[in-house]
Design a protein around this ligand. Sequence first.
Ligand code: NAI
Ligand code: MG
Length: 484
Amino acid sequence: MQDASKHYINGQWVASIDGREMAVENPSTEQKIATITLGGVADADAAVAAAKAAFPAWAATDPLDRIAALERLMEVYKGQAEDMAQAISFEMGAPIALARTAQVGAGAGHLKNTIRTAKGFAFERPLGDHAPCDMILYEPVGVCALITPWNWPMNQVMLKVVPALAAGCTMVLKPAEQAPLSAVLLAEMIDAAGFPPGVFNLVNGDGAGVGAHLTAHPDVNMVSFTGSTRAGVAISKAAADTVKRVSLELGGKGANIIFADADEKAVTRGVRHCFNNSGQSCNAPTRMLVERSIYDHAIETARAVAEKTEVGPADIEGRQIGPVVSETQFNKIQYLIKRGIDEHATLIAGGLERPDGLNRGHFVRPTIFADVTPEMTIWKEEIFGPVLTMTPFDSEEEAIALANDTPYGLTNYVQTADKSRARRLARGLRSGMVEMNGKFGAPGTPFGGMKQSGTGREGGVWGLEEFLEVKAVTDWGRSWQRFF
Ligand code: NAI
Ligand code: MG
């Protein structure tokens, strides 16, 4: 792989002007695996200048040419899928099997689906039958700052980079400093796919440095961010002075509502889903709400699943869960588990400290608390580790009220055989997504949240429109007359 200490600006790998070194750590071993440079203001400025200079020509390209470039990128990405899986597994600790499938696959899926969406998208269309001479043009927003987290690196990077490229935007990507290697590899792939210099730029850095500078930069027209609600608030404020478009995909505290008539795998599936990727997913179903008549049985099932969940290093081939990304995250999770114990939730599996036999690496015990109530810290705060809470409910209305009792609103889950009840729940839950009976959304589903889970949607036609401005033009001529 490319020397990760460099930035990719204007089609070249360049040394940092004013950055400082940072070691990237393997969270399974706590050993240093690479050195990156946390860029400074001059590095970020150089990348924005390159993106600004490249914008007029890239914005004017035929969408079909942009799609052709994305199809070349798709070929390169597929050809280096194993390298990408290794990079992700190394930098953030996803077990290699998960990295090869879900982690790398998410990136490939977004590429494929965005290409399909762009092919079917009318970038120029008449206002309507009543106004045949009024034209609507969808035009790229401009220079975009794309700021991403470490938990699903290629998922989140591709959800931003690909629609931005398809729309005709130019961009500066700042990936998470904990997991920058997959993004460096992607930059090499974009280079190999032959995009014009300056269209895509990568600057490594931290949030306070490059992240904050890009967000306030007068030549950046849009910020697309995925990460914590804390950073989302800071970004919104910093972007306000220059009236940027801001798209935010933030945290979650998803409820998984399990009724007595749910299929028999519902509890097991819910626990596994919560622990997947070591619990580091914004849409994880972290609050399991169980109808009281099956609550005790559900607790026993959940305990058994947690006790059978293996934890181990990312490079072992298997279905284990890996470490969490960093010591900071490990400490945050330990603190929240301690709060759960101190506030008298019933600990039924896992708990504090590392699992037995693991003395190095940021490994967390798969943990379940029962009898969790809305006053408790672990009900309120996003834990972002393999920690599930369980709470009984007596009625459908109570289940909805409990599920909605959070500042977040990303994904909620419902398990029931009763279709009319499922639809009442779907309408009553305040979240951007509701997943029924273990069925994931199809390709092109809009991903995003309500309330403090964010603004905006990624994926599909919604994800493309995020990067487009709407321009209304009069006296265009009749829409069936094409003047070129
Ligand atoms: P974070 O929000 O601080 O970091 C995410 C990205 O934002 C990184 O690239 C970081 O450098 C950047 N960033 C941070 N502050 C910024 C600022 N003021 N301006 C511009 N960019 C900024 O998240 P962190 O500290 O890594 O994780 C903390 C918690 O956030 C997690 O425990 C979890 O609860 C939540 N989180 C949610 C994610 C999601 O998928 N929605 C992803 C990662 C974290
Ligand atoms: Mg942070």
